[in-house]
Design a protein around this ligand. Structure first.
Ligand code: GLU
Length: 420
């Protein structure tokens, strides 16, 4: 990704975040240390037969960070830049994310080092099935439930569900979420991350006196989360989407883009770049654009100490995981920019994953309007919990979200006590 500070180790960031909050709420040495360590991690190196007949060895990880509040939950990403420390950080963030929206899960994450853009569908299927069998011993509906993340989707989940079910000898839909509807997926899961982001953005805008109807929105990373957040803000809240970008570059149109047409263009050409009638801009320009709302929706570390003072949005709503480094956070705070942190702003995805798992386990499926209204209730409640702590403690929303989340995880740990 352009503008990425790859030297920043995301797990160091994740641990710093725990320390800041532990200091603030007075969490003692032992519990603090546990919160800074992943509970269980598995690294697997496994062979995959490629289309040309050659065999390639891939490396994958699955990290289960903390299971005090329930089975662990979190996506699997396919990306050339995957590292164990990145997966650890993402697993920690899943722990806080599930706690902030108060769903009964711990956090986990998986990743495979690969370049899915240069692999065929057959190669991806072989890779997925082998990775799924390698981690099969530590996943399951009561243990750890994977889901889609960067460059994985409902087809990936279908292959994992099938591989796991073949090993068990019966169908286990609850082993993964984000599945296709016909395999026990949930209505609304695909758009849940973007929808949840749109709901919390709306709530924060109300509190901050920022207008969304007719207000301007820039989306850095027009993928699943970013494009859907844009469409919901446009369709349901009347926002003007003035800029969008992806890994190849960005586009800008002062009087607004139709996000549906931009999506069609991206499906046809592979990128938002070249969208008719829009001006070409860089990813950096999209981030630094004058807009009411900025939605970073791609990868980690795009808002850094280098560009934080150039951010002009009134609200930054983090649809991506970890887009803002801690050093940038304080700059944004000084500039009075409201940052809706990833663990709140993108928690709609895992919330509907929880609904999907609950439906799978009951074998009873809900209509779309029920899923969306339950999602809205969870997101509004979670935003209010976080906003209340932000006001009471006079801290920014990220710290407030961590206070809410870490307090809930620490309470669960204290109540369970230490074994043996
Ligand atoms: N990968 C998504 C996230 O980072 C969803 C995880 C899930 O649904 O379990 O929140």
């Amino acid at each position: 990704m352009p503008n990425t500070e790859s030297s920043i180790n995301p797990f160091e960031t994740a641990k710093q975040q725990v320390d800041i909050v532990a200091d603030l709420i007075g969490i003692d040495g032992g519990v603090r240390e546990i919160l800074k360590h992943p509970k269980r991690e598995l690294t697997v190196n496994f062979p995959v037969k490629m289309d040309d007949g050659s065999v390639k060895v891939f490396t994958g990880h699955r990290v289960q960070y903390n299971m005090a509040r329930g089975p662990t939950k979190g996506g699997i990403r396919y990306h050339p830049g995957v590292t164990l420390d990145e997966v650890r950080a993402l697993a920690a963030w899943m722990t806080w994310k599930c706690a902030v929206v108060n769903i009964p899960y711990g956090g986990a994450k998986g990743g495979v080092v690969c370049d899915p853009k240069h692999m065929s569908k057959t190669e991806l299927e072989h890779l997925t099935r082998r990775y799924a069998s390698e981690i099969a011993g530590i996943i399951g509906p009561e243990i750890d439930i994977p889901a889609p993340d960067v460059y994985t989707d409902s087809q990936t989940m279908a292959w994992i569900m099938d591989t796991y079910s073949m090993q068990k000898g019966y169908s286990v839909p609850g082993v993964v979420t984000g599945k296709p509807l016909s395999l026990g997926g949930s209505e609304g899961r695909n758009e849940a991350t973007g929808r949840g982001c749109a709901y919390v953005t709306r709530e924060a805008a109300k509190d901050a006196g920022v207008r969304i109807k007719g207000g301007t929105v820039a989306v850095q990373g027009f993928g699943n989360a970013g494009s859907i957040a844009a469409k919901i803000l446009y369709d349901e809240q009347g926002a003007k989407i003035i800029a969008a970008s992806d890994s190849r570059g960005g586009i800008y149109k002062a009087d607004g883009l139709n996000p549906h047409s931009v999506e069609e263009h991206k499906i046809k050409t592979g990128s938002v770049v070249g969208f008719p009638g829009a001006k070409a801009v860089s990813n950096e320009e999209v981030l630094e654009m004058k807009a009411d709302v900025l939605i970073p929706a791609a990868l980690e570390n795009v808002i850094t100490a280098k560009n934080a003072d150039k951010i002009q949005a009134k609200i930054v709503s983090e649809a991506a995981n970890g887009p803002t480094v801690p050093a940038a956070d304080s700059v944004l705070h000084q500039k009075k920019i409201i940052v809706l942190p990833d663990i709140l702003a993108n928690a709609g995805g895992v919330t509907v994953s929880y609904f999907e798992w609950a439906q799978d386990i009951q074998g009873y499926y809900w209509p779309l309007n029920e899923v969306n209204s339950r999602l809205e209730r969870v997101m509004v409640q979670s935003y209010n919990d976080v906003h209340k702590v932000a006001q009471e403690r006079k801290v920014h929303h990220r710290t407030a979200a961590y206070v809410v989340a870490i307090q809930r995880v620490a309470d669960a740990m204290r109540l369970r006590g230490m074994y043996p």
